[in-house]
Design a protein around this ligand. Structure first.
Ligand SMILES: Nc1nc2c(ncn2[C@@H]2O[C@H](COP(=O)(O)OP(=O)(O)OP(=O)(O)O)[C@@H](O)[C@H]2O)c(=O)[nH]1
Length: 288
């Protein structure tokens, strides 16, 4: 992934956003750490985690409608078993929003009880919403607030500043811009983030990401690949680069595999090859 190695994707506003998270942490009761259900671990920003420290926090696996349902269940179970409250949601479904509200109340129950024993009632719970770009922070906030207050975009980096919003009678929410970390130790993480739309499209080599997608679907959902691009068993016996060239031809793009790669990535993002989860739950994990 040559392009990724040389292009600067950690602009000033991300460094600033991380500083803001740090500065506001004392003001909030609970942090929602939004991760993409299709890649829960790869979309966890280690810098955000470091800043959050021991603050009470809830893992929110977004876009569960795009992820493999079984894998999502296992991820939620995995986090919960490791002492981290977790919920999976589809922000486009209002019913899912209640799940978050319930979880926040659950996590805050002890603190609320302590406040009430001191005669303090009806304090709004202050919630900070963090995560990488395009993970769905603004969409979730808009749902919780029940109006369009945060700007939503299907490309990363739409939210540029922080804002406090009131949600119902109980919550006060702080939106933050998406934050990526400066360097991916594992190049695979970069490919997964690119494939799912967390990195600007101009910042990665499309064919590299398309080849990764092909490898994933060859292993986990070969039927979807065959059906979508009319590939026979024989076609799939070829080296992966040859398969990409075949798909390019099937798409009618002759030898323009850059264009085909773009289309393939788009298809994966839109769920045209079915639901998928790129991160596998660790089998014998003891801690996170
Ligand atoms: N399918 C699906 N799409 C979602 C969900 N949540 C958000 N999206 C879509 O994901 C894209 C990004 O959502 P945003 O809410 O703008 O993401 P953000 O985290 O605020 O993005 P930044 O401003 O870049 O930090 C939009 O196209 C949303 O419609 C979800 O649960 N399911």
């Amino acid at each position: 992934m040559e392009k990724m190695a040389v292009i600067q994707w950690y602009p000033g506003h991300m460094a600033k956003a991380l500083r803001q998270v740090k500065e506001n942490l004392n003001m909030v009761d609970v942090v929602l750490e939004l991760v993409d259900a299709r890649l829960p671990e790869s979309s966890r920003n280690p810098q955000i985690l470091e800043v959050i420290g021991n603050k009470m926090h809830i893992m929110v696996l977004t876009k569960k409608d795009l992820a493999d349902a079984n894998a999502t269940r296992n991820w939620v179970k995995y986090y919960e078993e490791n002492g981290l409250p977790a919920v999976a949601i589809n922000s486009n479904d209002n019913n899912n929003i209640k799940v978050i509200e319930k979880k926040i109340n659950e996590v805050m129950a002890d603190k609320i009880a302590r406040q009430e024993s001191r005669g303090i009632f009806n304090q709004r719970i202050k919630v900070m919403c963090t995560g990488i770009p395009n993970v769905g922070k603004s969409t979730l906030l808009n749902r919780l607030v029940k109006k369009n207050v945060a700007q939503v975009g299907n490309k990363p980096g739409v939210t540029k500043s922080q804002q406090w919003l009131k949600a119902g009678k109980e919550l006060q929410l702080l939106d933050t811009p998406g934050i990526l970390w400066p360097k991916f130790e594992d190049p695979l993480v970069g490919k997964k983030l690119a494939l799912t739309g967390a990195i600007k499209d101009t910042l990665y080599a499309k064919d590299d990401v398309a080849l990764y997608a092909l490898e994933h679907f060859m292993q986990y959902n070969i039927t979807a690949l065959q059906e979508r691009y009319r590939l026979s068993d024989e076609d799939l016996n070829q080296p992966i680069v040859e398969i990409l060239l075949l798909i390019t031809q099937r798409m009618g793009f002759k030898d323009d595999y850059d264009r085909a790669s773009e289309r393939l990535i788009f298809d994966v993002r839109k769920g045209k090859l079915g639901r998928y989860t790129l991160d596998q739950v660790p089998v014998a994990a003891t801690e996170i």
